[in-house]
Write a protein that binds this ligand. Structure first.
Ligand code: UGA
Length: 455
């Protein structure tokens, strides 16, 4: 099928590359000419494991363009995957969505087009997009006809494992009140649903993985599924973090508690990793939007709000624990291991590392950080802050009064802690992700504090 994707961010690019890999003719459209030029050279503007390789494998069916008419005029399915960042009031900024919908209305020519909202949009946006497309189409094409339908197809990809999540998804959700739109989307995803494609060697199919669930619903339900899924995951993490604070107080070990409850299949063992809490572009934005939608309807979203509050507290708690240990933060040198909001990405949006570092700087400490992948981005995006950057993980230990582990990159397990301890002013490490081996750290002569264990 002929597919266009508007927006080449994380969601748009991974969706476009995957659909081309599955056999569709895909054009990815973006207003950023530099990004499109880079993509045309086969270079991904984002760090996502295996994206470059999958782009290469799908190259013959994949185009990148800044021309809306090239991308949209012949498309049978158009995905809108533009950013919807949070505004100060918690509502998403829909400016890019509006421009994308208007461009679609101006350029579609195919007799039947499914316009798919892939961006996370407030409930009811499907109807709004439809009216924007209709107005733009009518003002450009008085008299001529194009039938189009707006559908919602929320995405559930995690950064760092986006391609794995897409090719071997738990489910594909499509919301529309139009049967033909649902069947068009089912056809588009058929190779994925039925797993008829040959898996790339670098992303093998998990053993016994047979089919992807396909769920169709009305438009609003699909829109709400996206928010509810992210809010539920966020509150699962906040729940375990609340229990982890209690664990510290009563002398329990959160890793045992998480395992003990996670073995109950009704609860499940995923998203029970206690620590510094969630960051990234999605959870904060989507929980804020859900709360704001609730407000619009006079419904306080108390559970979602509590999840947010606990998450904010974790970052404050990390600084408080450190202050309690060091007594004075002024003039202290604090090393930070991990800057990205999670491992296997260079994304720094709502990164806990920034928040914690800033709080320490505000209290007079010097902060030096290292990340295996997000360094260059951090140097650019955090140029206004006083955060300093080390060239290696070991270098953050130099003269440090404490080192905080904030992102659980696997390579941090390979640090020679005995050697690194020798470089420190004070041998203290605070593991914000329950990532390091307490026995090895103790053996190296460091004092380690973890969230969720009374050390
Ligand atoms: C999240 C969802 O998992 C995806 O399903 C969704 O598609 C995506 O948002 C989105 O809306 O675009 P993502 O933000 O990429 O994906 O990353 P996650 O793996 O969900 O992690 C989010 C945050 O929670 C990270 O900061 C991570 O460190 C933290 N986390 C996760 C924990 O603290 N503990 C856990 O047990 C799991």
């Amino acid at each position: 099928m002929k597919v266009a994707i508007i927006g080449t961010g994380y969601v748009g690019l991974t969706t476009g590359v995957t659909l081309a890999f599955l056999g569709h003719e895909v054009t990815c459209l973006d207003v950023d000419a530099a990004k499109i030029a880079q993509l045309n050279q086969g270079i991904s503007p984002i760090y996502e494991p295996h994206l470059d390789e999958l782009m290469k494998a799908a190259r013959s069916r994949l185009k990148f363009s800044t021309s809306a008419s090239d991308a949209l005029s012949q498309a049978e399915v158009i995905f809108i995957a533009v950013g919807t960042p949070s505004l100060a009031d918690g509502n998403p900024n829909l400016t890019y969505l509006k421009s994308a919908a208007e461009a679609v209305g101006e350029h579609i020519q195919n007799p039947y087009v499914v316009i798919v909202n892939k961006s996370t949009v407030p409930i009811g946006s499907g109807n709004w997009v439809e009216s924007l497309v209709r107005d733009a189409f009518r003002s450009k094409n008085s008299g001529s006809k194009s039938q189009f339908v707006v559908a919602s197809n929320p995405e559930f990809l995690r950064e760092g494992s986006a391609l794995q999540d897409m090719l071997y998804a738990d489910r594909v959700v499509v919301g529309s009140d139009d049967e033909k739109a649902i069947s068009t989307m089912r056809k588009l995803y058929q190779p994925l649903i039925e797993q008829t494609f040959t898996p790339p060697s670098f992303l093998p199919r998990p053993e016994n993985f047979k089919m992807v669930n396909f769920l169709s619903s009305d438009l609003q339900s699909a829109e709400l599924i996206k928010y509810a899924a992210n809010a539920f995951l966020a509150l699962k993490v906040s729940f375990i973090n609340e229990i982890s604070e209690l664990s510290e107080k009563v002398g329990a070990d959160i890793s045992h508690v998480a395992k003990g409850i996670g073995l109950d299949t009704r609860i499940g063992n995923k998203f029970l990793q206690a620590g510094l809490g969630w960051g990234g572009s999605c959870f904060a934005k989507d929980t804020a939007a859900l709360i704001s939608t609730g407000k619009e309807y006079g419904l306080p979203m108390v559970i979602t709000q509590a999840a947010k509050d606990v998450n904010t507290r974790q970052r404050i708690r990390m600084v408080e624990i450190l202050a309690n240990e060091l007594k004075i933060l002024k003039g202290r040198k604090i090393g930070i291991l991990g800057l990205a909001f999670k491992p296997f990405t260079d994304d720094l949006r709502d990164a806990p590392a920034f928040d914690v570092a800033q709080k320490l700087i505000d209290r007079g400490a010097k902060v030096i950080g290292f990340d295996p992948i997000a360094m260059n981005r951090a140097k650019k995006e955090w140029a206004q802050s006083e955060i300093q950057f080390a060239e290696t993980a070991e270098a953050v230990f130099e003269e440090a009064d404490a080192v905080l582990l904030i992102t659980e990159w696997p390579e941090f397990l390979d640090i020679n802690f005995s050697k690194s301890k020798e470089k420190m002013k004070n041998p203290l490490i605070l593991d914000g992700r329950n990532h390091l081996d307490p026995v090895a750290i103790k053996k190296a002569g460091l004092k380690m504090i973890t969230l969720g264990r009374s050390s």
